[in-house]
Design a protein around this ligand. Structure first.
Ligand code: F0G
Length: 363
């Protein structure tokens, strides 16, 4: 789904800022280089003077931000002689792991919660040829099992507890600073396992410390804001959630692995965590598609839904610049999308009169 053909992937592009060697052969699908889209209509609709951007990570090769981390994790796994990778996933990590394993010619094992991953993600993972193991449990059960089995079998874990995943994903922060000519005032993210907020904070912090002493580069760090679905909000509750629930299945996680690092990002940046109800997530997903032509999956819309709430209340003040990461493509979850579209297609006979009537009825 990548749109930027001149971008040769994050390892080539950011080699000097990543733990890679000259000799390394990147396992890449051209990930990264995603658009930062300035919203035109939504700021007007909410009547606020804000600069609001979305970083559209759904345009990565497998349709989510996971590709940035997976290219590096799989490249390193292959370099270290691994012939198999494994992950637990709510869907996007499994799709990315499966694709990069296919590219590398190694095997991917993925553990997914039965019946709780979006259709597009399952289709991708099967097409790329991963070994799909459905568990009668949730993501957190899968994560526990992956950690146990990886200690006993010759497989490399490619969840975000693998530090190369975080290293790869931090490149999104570099891109935003380059695209905007500086860091935004606020950066809003959906939070599940909390690897991505950790990665962005690392990226912003590294860029900012590098630019010190280079007056031509102005980079500071944004305030980091993490939004969770109300039924899966351990960072908001301040403790683990044993039975997480949300329509945004990508972030249906109650025991985040990057717990301490995400709190550090929040504290160091002066940010906060908050929750968003499912109906609000879906309303904003549709609002974004309808008003800006940008289709993201439900979990991704949590970032914008939360940001709009905090803009409305004034917690994010007017005249701020705000970036919301749209972590995954809307095509990942067609079932949830179609269910919430109240205007369904009309069906007519293949005749001119019938088309005319269908048009005139709707003008
Ligand atoms: N948005 C989407 C679309 C995701 O797939 C995920 C995580 C997140 C947000 C949250 O990111 O976990 O770094 O805080 N998906 C993982 C997966 C868990 O298995 O695909 P996080």
């Amino acid at each position: 789904m990548s749109t930027n053909n001149s971008f040769s992937g994050i390892i080539d592009h950011y080699a000097s800022r990543l733990p890679v060697s000259e000799a390394m052969k990147p396992v890449s699908l051209g990930e990264g280089g995603t658009p930062l889209i300035k919203l035109r209509n939504i700021p007007r609709l909410v009547g606020k003077d804000i600069e609001l951007y979305v970083k559209y990570e759904g345009l990565n090769p497998t349709g989510s931000f996971k590709d940035r981390g997976m290219t590096l994790a799989v490249t390193k796994a292959v370099e270290e002689g691994s012939e198999a990778i494994i992950c637990a996933s709510t869907g996007n990590t499994s799709a990315a792991a499966a694709a990069y394993a296919a590219r590398a010619g190694i095997t991917a094992f993925v553990l997914i919660p039965e019946g709780k991953i979006a259709l597009g993600k399952l289709a991708q993972t099967l097409m790329y040829g991963a070994v799909v193991i459905q568990i009668r449990g949730n993501f957190d059960d899968g994560m526990r099992l992956v950690k146990e089995v990886a200690g006993k079998a010759p497989v490399t874990i490619v969840n975000s507890i693998n530090p190369y995943r975080i290293e790869g994903q931090k490149t999104a922060a570099f891109e935003i600073v380059d695209q905007l000519g500086g860091a935004p005032d606020f950066h809003c993210l959906p939070v599940g396992n909390a690897g991505n907020i950790t990665a962005y904070w690392k990226g912003y912090s590294e860029y900012a410390s590098e630019s010190q002493g280079h007056p031509s580069v102005t980079s500071s760090c944004p305030i980091m804001v993490g939004y969770q679905a109300a039924g899966s909000a351990p960072f908001v509750i301040g403790g683990m959630v044993d039975h997480p629930e949300t329509v945004a299945t990508a972030i249906r996680i109650g025991h985040p692995q990057s717990w301490d690092l995400a709190w550090l990002a929040q504290k160091e940046s002066g940010g906060w965590f908050d929750k968003v109800e499912d109906d609000e997530i879906l309303r904003v997903q549709k609002m974004l598609a309808e008003n800006e032509g940008v289709f993201c999956e439900p979990a991704s819309a949590a970032s914008l839904a939360g940001a709009l709430h905090d803009i409305e209340s004034g917690k994010i003040p007017e005249e701020s610049s705000i970036v919301c990461t749209l972590t995954g493509n809307g095509l990942k979850d067609p079932d949830t999308a179609i269910k919430q579209c109240h205007i369904q297609p009309v069906t007519i006979e293949p005749e001119l009169d019938a088309v005319k009537r269908a048009i005139l009825d709707r003008l």
